[in-house]
Design a protein around this ligand. Structure first.
Ligand SMILES: [Zn+2]
Length: 494
């Protein structure tokens, strides 16, 4: 039994003007794709290990992924797509392929208004007609008709923050194996819900997501459902396909029961639409900073975390919006018992000026506003270069820690996220030592959540603005909740 594997993942924020290209992607080709350290813990590893564990021959193609950002370069997408397809054609020349299982995101958008996953899977399906084909998806996948037409079975993440990527790959592979071992054809019932949802309202440890995910897990226990997924879509892309989608995969022989299950779960989701709220206390930028200063100075809470949620690079934002920074600079930072720590900014010119000046030197820079010209502007600052760390992480970003007034700021030369504690420790910083920590994140990642005395979300402005009603969508189909709050809807499973 030979199973084709591979993956191509990106979450593309169409409001961010930065085009995500070759230098942003980690790409592993051929046999290296099965056990690449850089993909350990991802769905691609869960797929490969499960298939190999079942005695199948894993036929690798290519794995490519990048952290969220602006839409993907058309030339780069076309090149990786062709590599994957060429590997599939090459594998077919050596013998029959019995199935395919890919690790995808679901919300990758490419220059030219291409929805990547549907386009890629349609092309692969032409090479592999008739064999079972499953895919692992991110919870923030946007389901398109092309994807539904070409892929037989789906498994989506059931946790946010995403801690079950590997397990999702396992389920996608098991779904494929269930079809191959039984000889039964897979079927996926799909029901979209006209709704957009900010990720920060849908943490799975909180209601209503906790019980909705519980309902999906219950479906998987009842016998006829191989995988049940709630795909929430991605609100920071302006797409006609934006919606929440319930997908329930099982065997074709149970088609009607699967449709009914998808419709029921979609209806339950819709009924709870008013219950999705931010899990952290949330204010505009000014209100968030005032609440944070009050927490530190009046209540003695520390460290207090404030998320600069409107400019969250892990949701694809530019990472150089300055609306919250400008608010910070208007506060009396000298009142704070430790420097305010701000992690951080994507600003390659600022990093190179600091590297040129050297550790311990003072220099004049501008911070922010290189890319996000809507919510960012270049803020002139006189800074002292505290620390430089070269070539951090898979993107080999240069990092600097700079001081301005009673504030320390981490700045990166590459568009990377600020959700990992490794970035700060590379700069010799332990966030627990600071009274007030600002992070360009939405919900806090577990490493920050566990040390935060208090978590405040600033609904700041930027390419990942949490207040969806204020985003200037042009392509999103209307009516849709919450843009059309009074709308009514009933499911009609296709
Ligand atoms: Zn996601």
């Amino acid at each position: 039994m030979r199973i084709l594997t591979g993956g191509f993942s990106h979450e593309s924020n169409s409001f961010n003007p930065i085009i995500t290209g070759e230098e942003d992607f980690t790409v592993v080709r051929g046999s290296g794709a099965c056990d690449a350290e850089v993909f350990a813990g991802y769905s691609s590893s869960g797929i490969a290990e499960t298939l190999a564990g079942a005695g199948a021959e894993v036929v690798p193609t290519v794995l490519a992924r990048a952290i969220p950002g602006g839409i993907v370069s058309g030339a780069f997408y076309a090149a990786i797509k062709e590599e994957l397809l060429e590997a599939a054609r090459g594998a077919l020349k050596k013998g029959p392929i019995d199935g395919a299982c890919l690790a995808l995101h679901g919300s990758m958008k490419v220059e030219g208004n291409i929805c990547a996953e549907g386009d890629l899977c349609t092309a692969l399906r032409k090479i592999l007609p008739g064999v079972p084909f499953t895919a692992a998806l991110d919870m923030h996948a946007t389901i398109t008709p092309a994807l539904l037409e070409t892929v037989d079975g789906f498994a989506g993440y059931k946790t946010a923050p995403h801690t079950d990527c590997f397990e999702t790959g396992v389920l996608a592979a098991k779904t494929l194996l269930a079809s191959l071992s039984s000889g039964k054809k897979l079927y996926t019932a799909s029901q979209s819900v006209p709704m957009m949802l900010a990720g920060e309202k849908s943490e799975t440890s909180s209601e209503p997501m906790a019980s909705l995910i519980g309902a999906a897990r219950d479906l998987e226990k009842r016998g006829d459902v191989l995988a049940a997924s709630l795909l929430l879509g991605f609100p920071w892309a302006d797409s006609e396909h934006n919606a929440v989608t319930v997908l329930v995969t099982g065997f074709e022989e149970n088609r009607n029961a699967l449709k009914e299950a998808a419709g029921d779960l979609a209806e339950t989701f819709w009924k709870k639409r008013g219950e999705f709220t931010f899990s952290a206390e949330q204010y505009d930028s000014r209100g968030a900073m005032e609440a944070a200063f009050d927490a530190v100075l009046e209540r003695g809470e520390r460290p207090v975390f404030v998320s600069d949620s409107g400019d969250n690079p892990t949701a694809g934002a530019a990472g150089d919006a300055t609306e919250l920074l400008e608010t910070v600079l208007s506060m009396n930072l000298a009142e704070l018992p430790t420097p305010l720590l701000y992690s951080g900014f994507y600003d390659a010119p600022a990093v190179s000026s600091c590297i040129e000046a050297g550790e311990g030197a003072e220099c004049g820079i501008t911070l922010g506003g290189n890319w996000d010209r809507v919510s960012g502007r270049k803020i002139p600052l006189r800074v002292r270069v505290e620390k430089i760390a070269r070539s951090y992480g898979p993107c080999r970003a240069d990092l600097v820690l700079l001081r301005h007034s009673n504030m320390l700021v981490s700045v990166t030369s590459r568009h990377i996220g600020f959700g990992d504690e490794g970035l700060l420790s590379a700069l010799g910083v332990n966030p627990a030592d600071y009274c007030l920590v600002l992070v360009k994140l939405g919900y806090l990642e577990p490493c920050f959540k566990k040390i935060a005395a208090r978590a405040i979300m600033a609904a700041s402005r930027g390419c990942s603005c949490e207040i969806l009603e204020t985003i200037p969508y042009r392509k999103v189909r209307r009516p849709i909740y919450p843009l059309d709050p009074g709308m009514d809807w009933r499911p009609a499973v296709q």
